[in-house]
Ligand binder design. Sequence first.
Ligand code: PHE
Ligand code: CA
Ligand code: ZN
Ligand code: ZN
Ligand code: ZN
Length: 296
Amino acid sequence: APDISVTAVKAHLTQLQSIATANGGNRAHGRPGYLASVTYVKGLLDAAGYTTTQQSFTYNGATGYNLIADWPGGNTSNTLMIGAHLDSVTAGPGINDNGSGSAANLEVALAVARAGYQPTRHLRFGWWGAEELGLRGSTAYVNSLTTAQKSAITGYLNFDMVGSPNPGYFLYDGDNSDNTGSGPGPAGSALIEQTLADYYATIGVPTRGTDFDGRSDYGPFIAAGIPAGGIFTGAEGRKTAAQVTLWGGTAAAFDPCYHASCDTISNINDTALDRNSDAIAYAVWTLSGGGTTPTT
Ligand code: PHE
Ligand code: CA
Ligand code: ZN
Ligand code: ZN
Ligand code: ZN
């Protein structure tokens, strides 16, 4: 898998910050900063050779949008999806939540194109609208699929908050091995969790399980029986003393700017964003039938 440039991921975050600043300070559902965010991501994917679809839905009297990007080729009956929500709350620009997952996935998608990668499985990326209002975009997407189309999606990777300023390294506990009380997920979720864990093992960074309870856009996918997994660096929860020993940082909130106006370009831990971007690339390549060379 390629080494994803954290500089390139941060350049996307700078663009999302500028979009928020130019549009009343947020990128929320129904606000102009949301559609501008979709337009930014779509332009780069179209130029890279993706087939993109902007799917509309209505929630709370406003039109919302999902952006779906298919990389041509691969077995479409064995599709690996990679997703992130692109909306923010109205309080702020949403750079960690969830510019981080959106930008990391975007740069992985662009790396797929640059590599001319031809995986065995079909790859489809999704950027979801209105997650912050109750997983509205991802729910609309899954509900729009026929039974056969749902069966064709054989895995879903979700990235929501992957650059928290006081980060933990949490993997959705798809195998319930961490006894978070919320797993196990659909069969196949354990393999996704293990693949992400393998990457962290190669760089010597410990991981822990986190609730696999549907508190992000993987919820509608696992409800449809689709195996899923993902990474999370923490939100309003506080890092414990034991977690400070494990990961460094401070015994305070993982993200003190969660859902706040200070979730800006300054609210990112570059090391966490770099590791997680590389982990996403590793998982996409490994799970889609490509190379397995880890990068740092
Ligand atoms: N979905 C939550 C939000 O956007 C963040 C979150 C992600 C919480 C993953 C738990 C696990 O606010
Ligand atoms: Ca990197
Ligand atoms: Zn989020
Ligand atoms: Zn949020
Ligand atoms: Zn686990």
